[in-house]
Design a protein around this ligand. Structure first.
Ligand SMILES: Cc1cc2nc3c(=O)[nH]c(=O)nc-3n(C[C@H](O)[C@H](O)[C@H](O)COP(=O)(O)O)c2cc1C
Length: 310
């Protein structure tokens, strides 16, 4: 299946693994790239040594294109991006900051740049300073989706920019892929769905919690990490946000969130931890391998295309 995104990144299928801290690790990134998609490594709060080791590990596991993701407001993120540029990582994906300097440097070695955006203003700005594609995150998404749902956000941004769009937020199967293409996107990024695969490092208890929950079992709140953020609804998550003071500053709120995220992913302890998750968890019913999932999404999308009414 070929789109502007598969051509831009030289990949087989229009399916991306977005950056997810502690989840989009070298093994999962390489699995997605080896399956014909594009895996994006999450650098999160990595030190420079950890970022360099992770980039080199991905390179040892795949000879396919992959990406490096960074939230520019996290301390140390810019230095990590500089390292990824030295390593000539094929695709750089940045969020929460201005990435004009990344565009300039990435293009010197023939790499490509994706800006993650959630609204019209940031989409237009990134388009203006020369990014190659946008990753557009709708309200359904795990973590920091925008105010507007994918159904409305994707076609609006497709109308106002002249670069390819990767739709994120609520996509987990071939129906979602076809819908995204119909809305004007050129690919999908699946966070929650790839987090629920064999190769994902998410603890088994937490994977089971995803399987057990419905499309309604999430909370969208500023009281988890200081920004509007979607998390899994659990007894502990409700208590956690009740304990966050109304006037808590963003920095201390974000600091408190880090260990909670780690407990959920690494220890599978949802009595202490809080899991970032999207509404699409309610469509997750099994834990396939990455290869099985990618093939399933493509096969389902192709079947839909052949049965659409004239
Ligand atoms: C478990 C999990 C962890 C995530 N961690 C991050 C993160 O650290 N930084 C970030 O910008 N987005 C993070 N995300 C959001 C994804 O990058 C992506 O925007 C989102 O998963 C897309 O929506 P979906 O879950 O409906 O596919 C995370 C998502 C999940 C499911």
């Amino acid at each position: 299946m070929h789109t502007k995104i598969t051509k831009l990144f030289n990949i087989e299928y229009p399916i991306l693994l977005p950056g997810m801290s502690l989840i989009s690790v070298p093994k999962l990134v390489a699995a997605v790239s080896n399956a014909g998609g594009l895996g994006i490594l999450a650098s999160g709060t990595m030190s420079q040594k950890e970022a360099l080791d992770a980039i080199r590990e991905v390179k040892s596991l795949t000879d396919k294109p992959f990406g490096f993701g960074a939230s520019l407001m996290i301390p140390g993120a810019k230095e990590n991006v500089a390292l990824a540029l030295e390593e000539e990582v094929p695709v750089i994906n940045f969020s929460l900051g201005k990435g004009d300097w990344i565009v300039e440097k990435t293009h010197t070695y023939g790499g490509k740049v994706i800006a993650t955006v959630v609204n019209e203003r940031h989409a237009l700005a990134a388009n203006r300073y020369g990014v190659d594609a946008l990753l557009v995150t709708g309200h359904e998404a795990a973590a920091h989706g925008g105010d507007v749902t994918s159904l409305v956000l994707i076609p609006r941004l497709a109308d106002i920019v002249d670069i390819p769009i990767v739709a994120a937020g609520g996509f987990g199967d071939g129906r979602g892929l076809m819908a995204a293409l119909a809305l004007g996107a050129d690919a999908i990024a699946m966070g929650t769905r790839f987090a629920s695969t064999q190769e994902s490092p998410v603890h088994g208890n937490t994977k089971q919690a995803i399987l057990d929950r419905s499309i309604s079992d999430t909370i969208y709140t500023t009281k988890f990490d200081g920004m509007p953020c979607r998390i899994m609804e659990t007894r502990h998550a409700i208590e956690y946000i009740q304990q966050t003071p109304d006037d808590a500053d963003m920095f201390s709120t974000a600091l408190r969130a880090g260990p909670a995220i780690m407990s959920a992913i690494v220890d599978g302890d949802l009595d202490k931890g809080v899991q970032l998750i999207g509404q699409v968890q309610g469509l997750v019913e099994d834990l396939p391998t990455v290869e099985e999932l990618v093939q399933r999404v493509i096969t389902q999308a192709q079947a839909i295309r052949s049965t659409l009414p004239n």
